[in-house]
Design a protein around this ligand. Sequence first.
Ligand SMILES: [Zn+2]
Length: 374
Amino acid sequence: MQIEFTPTSRWLIRPSISMIPAGDGIFDFFQSSTRRSMRFRLRSEIANVVRSLDGSRCLEEVCQAHGATVTQISRFMEVLHERCAVEPKVVRDAIDATEHYRVLNFLGDYFPAAELFAAFERLRSTRVAILGCGAVGSWTAVQLAHSGLENFIVIDGDHVEESNLNRSIFLHEDIGAPKVEAIASSLHRISQGVRVRMVKENVCDADRLRALLSEARPDVIVNCADEPSVDITSAWINEYCQHQGIPYVIAGGYNLHLSLIGMTVTPGESACFNCSRITLDELEDESLQGVRRLWRPKRNLGSLSPLTGITSSLAASEVLRLAVRSDRLRPAMWNRRGEFNFLTNELSFVNLPPRSECGCTAESIRSRVPKYSQ
Ligand SMILES: [Zn+2]
């Protein structure tokens, strides 16, 4: 969208911005949603013009009312626009007319008005594949649909059981239905524009997953599959994604009192799953110091819905950051993973840097990955 500071254009200060006088001609432009602040020393007529920007009058009228000219103010307006402090009335009206205006207002704290709708369109059209549609997978899908995503590929061969109800989106009436059908039904109720490709299958090896993903062609993959294990499915996804240059999120696990927040991988840009294994094996060797682990299959551990919510919320946030494809909003879980402690509400992180032994950030891979654009 072309943004111009013409005399007849109407502008307003964005809803999340407060303009606070700090004395001596200095004004603090405080973005309450992100707590970012920027300070400018302004001549009084310029400050009065900016303070009066509510979209009701054109720039020329506002400038005349305060003894300023459009030429005087336009450079400063460009700066305020670039920093998401002001927006044109036409953009405000367009935002207010959409069903996703809350999401657009949120993204508008990161994307200037000129880029906002393009960023949202990238998000909306992103094809996200969710492998494993249990508790975390189902909540992640629902949150992404609420945020405006419309293209889903859901992969799971299981049916809803009563034991799933304590932590997933499924209801009593879904018991017996394939999980992918129950999810599709929920997503369609959130937005009529949603398209869901259902794959009723429990993927059991890397070849089958590669075949499915090659056909479905997702832009982003979320791993929520814990069968045979999260490590095994993550290794399959890693192999496919590194080769294809597709970013993915490991959604993590929630059935422990320390809930795991998985890493986000963008091939060529960040550490991959193999890199994380190398680092974690080293850390484990140090911390275990000869302790023998007992292998106990089918432990049937406890699980709690709020922990599922935390894990899936953070996974969905990462998908949104990947989906907007911009340096203005980059993934927060590159090169690290986290742990949420239910007892203390603390979130802690382990750094998982790219490892040269893995070779995944080599130039040959980097060149295949579409660069982030603004
Ligand atoms: Zn790697």
